[in-house]
Design a protein around this ligand. Structure first.
Ligand SMILES: Cc1ncc(COP(=O)(O)O)c(C=O)c1O
Length: 391
């Protein structure tokens, strides 16, 4: 490998939310979704150049930024975006919140597929809307869509928007073209617009293929708004840069108003530079990252098979967030997470963050770290759980 993902960069003490949030000493964090890898050198170099300039006033996003986004999605994913379809903002969550504000009346329902990323719930509720849940159906070591239930929820006249997670965090699914098309057909039948959060779109394991929702068909394009950012895959979440892509001028005008009302229409000087560097020069690094993450996943699976066979590791198609069924332990997810923290000094996410019912009995483990660090975390988990198993 050209890039060294084994390097153990010390993050504690760097104002890292992931590392410096835990109050207890010596905690190994395997929770919030950022990675312990230094970014691609092309990103650091571009940022260093900008820092050397020494002035950090308000930012104008240049044309070259839009060109980088358009080229990236066209080349890698066969999705042709036009320049004026793109609105930028300071994050995918601010984007999501603004889109809900723009398109939904308070009291309306926004559909989500649980278990799902926790901010989906808060974005919906903060905009005065209600959450409509269609639980994903567990089948073996993965999840599928219960299309009957999905259609029932879409048919509710209060449901006006569907918030899709593609690829899905934490169900680890990279939705197929057929699944995306089927979801859109149902949404169309019931007048439901689709907002597709595609922040994890570059984190895809071998044998799986991400399809942008809007690239499935003209109809999918016309019925959807896409949210994306290089921040998960290139580890630049703190630089706060995201895009909203929508081909309808009137919808864009409304979203733009909401971005202004929410005051999330400005970005910092580093966000656009990091995006351009990543999309223009980071592809090789990204390919190696995905290989490394997949090896981490296989290592984790083997570890669980050998040492904790009573736990079920779900299939990882996308993201670096591994979803583990812990029901055999006989503890509620929140209790288990607490014990792992107190007794094992390892911090994972409790499944209930992603749906009280759908996430109960699961934990989510972030494996985007050097393999030695991941193994240390797994040892800590095993030390707590091997004494605690209900056969
Ligand atoms: C599905 C999903 N959307 C959005 C975000 C956060 O996006 P941002 O930091 O750009 O607001 C995350 C972070 O984990 C995520 O998993």
């Amino acid at each position: 490998m050209k890039y060294n993902f084994d390097k153990e960069t010390i993050r504690r003490g760097s104002n890292s939310y992931k590392w410096d949030m835990p109050k207890e000493d010596g905690v190994l964090p395997m929770w919030v979704a950022d990675m312990d890898f230094e970014v691609a050198p092309c990103i650091t170099e571009a940022l260093e150049k900008r820092v050397a300039h020494g002035i950090f006033g308000y930012t104008l996003v240049p044309e070259s930024y839009y060109e980088a986004v358009i080229r990236w999605f066209s080349r890698r994913h066969g999705w042709d975006i036009q320049r004026d379809w793109i609105l930028y903002t300071s994050g995918v969550v601010p984007a999501m919140s603004s889109v809900i504000k723009a398109l939904c009346m308070p009291g309306e329902k926004v559909l989500v597929q649980t278990p799902v990323y926790n901010c989906f719930f808060s974005s919906i509720l903060n905009n005065g809307c209600q959450v409509a849940e269609s639980e994903l159906r567990r089948t073996g070591d993965t999840y599928e869509i219960d299309f009957e239930d999905f259609e029932r929820k879409c048919a509710d006249e209060k449901t006006t928007l569907f918030l899709l997670c593609n690829p899905h965090n934490p169900a680890c699914r990279v939705w197929s073209k057929a699944e995306l098309r089927h979801m859109n057909d149902i949404c169309r039948r019931h007048g439901v617009r689709v907002v597709s959060d595609e922040i994890h779109c570059e984190l895809v394991m071998p044998g799986c293929r991400y399809t942008p929702f809007a690239a499935v068909s003209d109809d999918c394009q016309n019925n959807s708004i896409a949210l994306s950012s290089p921040s998960k895959s290139f580890n630049t979440a703190g630089l706060q840069m995201a895009n909203i892509v929508c081909n309808d001028a009137e919808t864009r005008r409304r979203i733009n108003r909401a971005l202004n009302i929410n005051e999330v229409c400005d970005v910092n000087p580093f966000g656009p530079i990091a995006l351009e560097a990543a999309y223009n020069g980071g592809e090789e690094w990204l390919e190696e990252l995905n290989q490394y993450l997949y090896q981490n996943y296989l290592t984790l699976r083997k570890f669980f098979e050998d040492r904790l066979p009573q736990l079920e590791v779900m299939r990882l198609e996308g993201t670096y967030l591994v979803w583990v069924d812990t029901k055999s332990i006989g503890l509620r997810s929140d209790e288990l997470t607490e014990r792992l923290l107190k007794e094992g000094k390892v911090l994972v996410n409790s499944g209930t963050m992603y749906g009280k019912k759908a996430g109960e009995g699961y934990i989510r483990i972030n494996i985007a770290c050097p393999r030695s660090r991941m193994l240390e975390g797994l040892e800590r988990i095993a030390a707590v759980l091997s004494n605690n198993t209900k056969e």
